[in-house]
Design a protein around this ligand. Structure first.
Ligand code: PLP
Length: 421
């Protein structure tokens, strides 16, 4: 490859050499003319195989099999969990299930962790963590009479080891952190921070929403205790698909989650008089699982595993490095700044750019056919997804952003235009 150039032909050269380029055909093509999707960190695209499997479930398993199909559906939360665990999370089987939403799973695990570390009355998270994480922990703390201790984190750089260390003491029961920060994409050192948390005698709960399917994860290797994560972002399982929940093997029988439902019951169909939790990870289930969603998780994970997580990560880094190089050469002179870590080893799958008029620019981008998103206070997030996006699309997206900023053709958009997503 010739040395970096801002010409579009350079992007075309990178695409020609891209070993993963053919995976684009494994997704349903939206059929838009001239629209570029750089928002796979918010809602991943639809894999062809998933579309076919869901059709098969609707037509055959539901339409014809009816209630008899529960014989196999009932295993889906564990089956999809093991697929995720083994392929994407570095978790041995029996430690991951797919159920409920991230929000509900956070509640279940935070609540259980407080009982496990009874005598301790502090939960720690950071002030730039994703809203639902902060709200759930605020609620659990209020309900349990605990203190919610907020680490101040840098909105571009994430939680520092020092800031975490300062928040830890022998009152801390649980620390909950995002592996990849939703705004900046800052990637935390899971093993190192988990070690720090353990030395203080607390449990570590990781939110993997912006990392699962984007960066290799080693939950077992890092010694993580608990984890939750989305499947509709980089796992491409579709809107509202069920979330993942991980509990380290040794902890499973020691933690009791607060929602005692019949799917978490030992002999579910005995319909017994009292709740008696199932052994293992199944105790973290609540009620009837989302069948279509769980199947989509399984297919999504299968597709990413087929491409290979190391290959996927290598292309993701190449795409974001390229995006940053283009930003430096053509957007920084127009008032933009890179608002993500520059070291690719410290960055997840997306890049944030700062600009005073980011909110208006994000609406203008959408109007110009580039799907990216705005995040407060003044950030535009761009997520080139390795199996779906090309280097040429990154070039085209960045070129349109440059054009909009240079021509100021976004100034007709009211600065307070409501946000949709
Ligand atoms: C997307 C996201 C969520 C979403 O939670 P839901 O319960 O699925 O709505 C939670 N946490 C983080 C860090 C996220 O990025």
């Amino acid at each position: 490859m010739t040395s970096f150039s801002t010409d579009r032909s350079y992007a075309q050269g990178l695409d020609a050499a891209d070993q993963l380029a053919h995976f684009r055909d494994r997704f349903v093509q939206p059929g838009w003319d001239d629209v570029i999707y750089l928002n796979g960190n918010s809602l991943g695209p639809l894999p062809v195989r998933t579309q076919a499997r869901i059709a098969e479930i609707v037509d055959q398993e539901w339409g014809v099999g009816l209630v008899r199909s529960w014989d196999k559906w009932v295993h889906l939360p564990r089956q999809a969990g093991d697929m995720l665990g083994e392929q994407l999370l570095g978790a041995a089987s029996g430690q991951v299930i797919v159920c409920d939403s991230v929000t509900v799973n956070l509640y279940k695990l935070a609540f259980a962790a407080l009982d496990y570390r009874s005598g301790r009355d502090v939960i720690v998270t950071d002030d730039d963590n994703f809203p639902t994480d902060r709200y759930v922990l605020e609620g659990v703390s209020a309900q349990r009479g605990c203190e919610l201790r907020m680490i101040h984190s840098d909105i571009d750089d994430g939680v520092s080891e020092r800031a975490l260390a300062e928040a830890l003491d022998d009152r801390v029961a649980l620390v909950e952190l995002s592996h990849v920060a939703y705004r900046s994409g800052a990637l935390a050192d899971m093993a190192k921070l988990t070690g720090l948390i353990h030395r203080a005698g607390a449990l570590a709960l990781w939110d993997l929403c912006h990392s699962v399917g984007a960066v290799p994860i080693e939950l077992d290797g890092a010694g993580a205790d608990l984890a939750v994560g989305c499947t509709y972002k980089y796992v491409n399982a579709g809107p509202g698909a069920p979330a993942l929940l991980y509990v380290r093997d040794e902890l499973q029988h020691q933690l009791r989650q607060p929602i005692w439902g019949w799917f978490g019951q030992r002999d579910q169909f005995e319909m017994g008089p009292r709740y008696d939790p199932a052994p293992g990870i199944s105790a973290f289930l609540t009620g009837t699982p989302d069948v279509m969603g769980a199947v989509a998780v399984e297919e999504g994970a299968r597709l990413l595993a087929e491409a290979g997580l190391p290959q996927l990560r290598a292309k993701s880094i190449a795409l974001t490095e390229y995006l940053i190089a283009l930003a430096d050469s053509s957007l920084v002179p127009l008032g933009f700044a890179v608002a993500s870590p520059r070291d690719p080893a410290r960055r997840g799958g997306h890049v944030s750019l700062r600009h005073d008029d980011a909110r208006q620019l994000s609406h203008a981008l959408l109007r110009a056919g580039i799907v990216a998103d705005y995040r407060t206070p003044d950030r535009i997030r761009l997520a080139p997804v390795p199996l779906f996006n090309s280097f040429t699309q990154v070039w085209d997206g960045m070129d349109r952003l440059r054009e909009l900023a240079a021509s100021k053709s976004y100034t007709d958009i009211p600065p307070e235009q409501p946000l949709v997503s």
